[in-house]
Ligand binder design. Sequence first.
Ligand code: C2E
Ligand code: CA
Ligand code: CA
Length: 969
Amino acid sequence: MQSLMDRLRPQCPVRGSWSEADEWAWALATRRLDLDELADLAARFAIERLGCHSARLHLKDATPAASTVADAASEPTTVLAIPLADGQAELTLSFADSTAQNLDIPDTAGACIDLLDLRLRDLLALRQLRSEAQAAQRNEHLQQALYAIADLAYSDLDLREMLARVHEIVDRLTYAKNFYIALYDDARDVMYFPYFADDDDASISRAGPEVAGSDYPNSLTFAVLHGGTSLLGPSQPLRRQLGLGDDIRLGRECVDWLGVPMLHGGRVRGAVVVQSYDEDHRYSEDDRSLLAFVAQHILSAVTRKQTQDDLEAAVMRRTNELAEANAALRQEVGERERVQHLQAAQYRIAQLASESGSVDSFYAGVHTAVAGLLNARNFFIALVSDDGTELHFPYLVDERDDALLSRRLTNGVTEWVLRNQRPLLATADEMRALINAGEMVVFGTLAECWLGVPLLLDNRALGVMVVQSYDSDRDYGPAEQEILQFASFHVATALERRQTHERLRLANIELEKRVEHRTHELKLANADLRQQIVVREQAESRLQHEALHDALTGLPNRAALLGRLERALTRYQQDPTRLFAVLFLDLDRFKVVNDSVGHLLGDELLIEAGRRIAGCVREPDSVARLGGDEFTILLEDIRSVEDASHVASRVLAALIDPIRIGEKEIYTSASIGIALTHPRYTRPEELLRDADVAMYRAKAHGRQRFELFDEQLRQEALNVLDMESDLRRALGRHEFEPYLQPIVRLSDGAVLGFEALLRWRHSSRGLLLPAEFLAVAEDSGNVEQIDWQLYEQVLRAIPDLAEPTAYVGINVSARHFRSPDLAQSLLEMIAAYRVPPSRVRVEVTEGALLQNPEQACSTMLSLRDAGVLTSLDDFGTGYSSLSYLHRFPLHALKIDRSFVAELKSDLSGSSAAVVRAIRALAGSLNMEVIAEGIETQLQCDALMRLECSIGQGFLFALPRPAQELARRH
Ligand code: C2E
Ligand code: CA
Ligand code: CA
């Protein structure tokens, strides 16, 4: 194989011998050279082989790989620069003489230069590769370092420890023996050092926890912080360069100082500083970039760490707060539990007080409750006796003593509490001292600790409640005293309540006894009352029956009838097909019968009549007695008026047979008025009234018959109404006047007196007789006024009468006569008209006498005493029993016209008998007899034969106006 030398030899350009050229080429081709060695070799080659004064291999990008070999003996004159490795290097050749101007570089030398160029290229390429590899490795280190720093930020290490590790890492990257970190608060212009490592003891880190910028105007660190840019260089020249002075507080000057700011969000947050006091360690621009890069990562690690620390501190603070709150809550819960405990005990004691168990179980219960609150292994209750002289121990539980005997109050420890009314908490020593001082005695075993509280109620000590301990370990304190005292209030209240309860119980027993006794009495009284109620109820139902029934006949009475009528009317109003009728019955001439046979028999008659009438109807029709001889029949649900007529006929027929009463047979009959229901009726009384009206017509039409209230009767009734208003008007117009009819001596016709008869000169109806209006006047209450108007005219007329001594009889209606002041009024009027009282006579009917005989009697006496005589009018028609006549101061009897009319010439018949009887009676009573209504001479004769000497009638004269009878002047 051909060697390199073989290949080089033919081409070698070097002057001289091959061997020389060989040598250099050999060396260049084969020797293992680095750049410096190659440069050195190249220089030596140029000097030795090419004759250069000096030669230098110069690398463009770096200074160290250059070599100069100089020959100091001569000055260089010519310089030749040969570019190598594509201009990356230059071989500069200096020649001492001008030989260089025609420099002829031999071929071998040229080949060596080519070799040099080749080797240089290789070495540079190698160096390039090597430096790239180094850079890659450094980058990797840096990367790892940054990761490590980032990792540290999340570590559990504290900040200082973490920064120490950071320091280690930075130290691996560059020379960082002296390293510190400053954090900066730009708002306040202060910094502090979370980490500081420096050889120099007198460094700025000693200044204090915080360093203010204003205090250190010459500090390089502040210069970085203020400027926000990094600074690099020896410290003193650097300060000069920045215009800063010296400050010994800043410590030793350093060989190299490198500080980089830590920036965040455009603000300076701190600085990282390394410095060297060693000439061998200086910092390059690479270090500056590296540190700047690392500083940012340190800042985020510090910030993160600080945030984490802050967070942890916050969590810790919050945890502490929670723990504190928790503790407070726990304490509160404890307190509440204690209070609850107390309350439960209190409640238990209060409950015990109200329980009905024995007093022993109460004390035991209290003991249990107290034992739940404190040590009450030894517990007793002492109570003062009612009279306040003795102490009892109703409850005692004790480890040492079985019992405490009752005793008179003395100076025992229990009494001390009682006397002072406040708790006593004493140890054995304290009590012993008191005992020795003679201030108290202790009954039973002396306790290690004794706690007694008074049972106070209204400032009065009922007793003492005591707990004691024989165990020196278990004593009591203020807390127990408070609890026991608290319980004592409730025990005292409970005791009092129990005592009150007991007293109440006894009182109740007493009360119950009394109640029982009283109940018994009440029971008896009740039975009595019930009996009375039964009697009363019976009486009441009797009364009720009586209220609705007629006592005599047992038939429903007027009230009952009205009730039934009312119901019938309501039914009819609701349903107009339900017709009904009321029949009004009046027994004919019953009064005569009654007067003649006596009331008892009259009553019998009414009973029998009622029975017969009732026998004529059946349910639902009803018969009622209204009073006297008046009965009604209510016919319900009739089809027509014929039904009513039919019943009326039946009643009339039923009364035809004579009624036997005792020995007597009495004939009776009835007049019946029928009112048929009609929409115009609104009240039951209206039906009754109309039936009554119809009944009057039946009577007027001859009795023993029935009449229906019809349109004519209704009209008449309406007329009555008209009449009433007419009468009132007539009074106002003085339309009444007296007509006088003479009363004469029958034998010769001599006028003895007159009777004044009422006439109404009606404005449209002419002269009306009393029969046409008097009844209405009486019913409507106008008759008195009419009378007085008439009397006045009579009294005015008397003095003018032709007969100077003749009297004038005035009729006084029965009702008017009963008025108590009639006599006085009349006498006053007579006096007023100066008429001699003897010229006035009063005519009354029997009706005026019967109702109130005493009043009538006294009126008559007053009149008679004044000279006004009274005649009894219409005698024989009424209820007249002759027997009562003697009781009244009557002057005359006027025989009713009906007797006169029936007189026969032979004086046969009842009328003559009646007249004779009247005449005899009047004679015995010394009364005058005046016959009325004498129309014929025959009657006049008969009367005279019956020794009746005075009379009046149309035979002698018609009634004529008073003035026609006046004296002719
Ligand atoms: P009396 O008191 O029985 O009066 C007598 C009645 O008989 C008078 O009727 C009279 O006109 C009438 N008379 C007289 N002679 C005869 C006769 O021969 N035949 C017939 N058939 N009748 C004769 P008069 O005036 O219609 O009075 C009727 C009743 O009115 C009186 O009955 C009396 O009760 C009452 N009366 C009359 N005037 C008054 C008076 O001023 N006040 C009061 N309260 N009642 C009076
Ligand atoms: Ca008369
Ligand atoms: Ca008469």
